[in-house]
Every structure is written in structure tokens, then in C-alpha cells.
Design a protein around this ligand. Sequence first.
Ligand code: SF4
Ligand code: SF4
Length: 248
Amino acid sequence: MSNTSIRFACNGCGACCKSRLIPLTLNETRQWLARGHDVAIVLEAFNEATWTSDPQQFAHSARRASEVGSGGAVIQVIAVFTANALDRCPNLGADDRCGIYDARPLVCRIYPMEINPFIRLQPEDKGCPPETWQTGEVMFTDRIMDPTLARQVEQSRQADRDDARAKINICEYMGLTTVAWKNNAMAIYQPDRRALIAAIDACDAGAHDPAGKAWSVRVDQPDLRQQLLASDIGLSHDSSADYIFHKL
Ligand code: SF4
Ligand code: SF4
């Protein structure tokens, strides 16, 4: 086996269904809400001028983002709609089995593989017990050979691109327009379930403002604030309780 090969056999422990936010496509979000479960929205912004890593990674992130106005600048914002499983997934049974196995979200089908092509699979970053990496199918930490898995990963990436603008429209409709800066923090909103359903329905019917809303960026770190101000990006001046500001 090459040094990127690894073995893996899921033992059904259910660890990947606990203590997490589970990214959903927009369609999966509708289904999740219809089942009566909550969805959290994670917002992060970036721009090309302050991007310091690989330009290809910028291109990848930009395809998942939408351009919005902030101050006198245009920034990229990614909205990740997530199933709230910060305690445990509401679909996880007492026996640690998935109660919607045939209808589970794409990311649940893909785990523990990485969706981001720039992140290599690292067993130590995953919740799977050590013994699951000792037996089972051979796979690779830097590529996906299984055709079903490869198709699901591509489906997930494509949904991220296809849904990007619609998710931003929904956030704007709900007034969720304060965003954290990528790699600095995450802004995590936990909207009322019925309000989110109403916002999605309204935006599906074309209710969003085509001119867009003004976005502001919450950054607490003085040097980064200065850097963003120099780019004429609109900064947030309050530490609102509307969202959780999770520093990275
Ligand atoms: S939907 Fe199923 S597989 Fe996905 S996190 Fe919930 S219980 Fe786990
Ligand atoms: S944490 Fe890993 S081993 Fe456990 S159920 Fe999830 S994928 Fe399987």
C-alpha cells in the first residue's frame, strides 16, 4: 500500500452524530425543518485582497460564496446551513443508530471523508474510534477512489455552489447580515424554526431584495480591524446577542 493508503471500517458508534453542526444543502434544510428540527446558520466572509493562502483555495471558497456589499467594498460571504447536533442529532436513536438512514444528509453519507479538496483525511481529526482505522476497505487520505463516494462528494460541492446565492438571500431576508471573518471567527445564528421556514418560502417565491443588503463584519482583533477598515469594509461595532461569535 502507498503511504497515503489507510483502512477504514465504520463500527456504527454514532460519534459523528454528536457534538457537531452538520452542513446541509438547501433542500436538506427544508426537509430537516419539516421534520421539526432546528437549523443553525454559520456565516463567514473573506475577500481576495486579504487572502494569504493558495489562490486555488480562494477560487474554491469563492465558488461557495456570494458577493455582497459591505461599507464601500464588495466581500464574499459563505452561509452554511447546518443541522444542530451540538448535543446529539435528533435523529439518533437511543441505540446510536440513525433513524432516517435512507434519507440522511449527504455529509452523513460521506463522513469521515473530506469534502474540501484541500483538506487531506486525517484520522486523528475524526471522531471514529482508533480501531476503525485498522480494518476494512482500503482508501486513500489524498483521493477518493470509491465511485459512489466520489459522486456524493461532488454532489455536495455542487450543492454548495448552486445554493450559495439563495442562502444569502434568506439571510438578508431575515436580517442576519453581520458576519465573522474567515479563519478569525464564526458567526453562528440559531433562528426560530418557523421564522426560517417562512423566510425560505418567501425567498422561494422571489421575495428577496435584488439590490441586496449592507453587510457588516464583526472582528475583535485590532490589527485585522485596521486591515479591513483600510479596504473600506464595513465593520460591526456591537457584540450583539443575536449570534454566537465563536473565535477560532
Ligand atoms: S441524520 Fe443520521 S447519520 Fe446524520 S447525524 Fe443524524 S443520526 Fe447521524
Ligand atoms: S464516528 Fe466513524 S465509526 Fe462511528 S459511526 Fe461515525 S463514521 Fe462510523
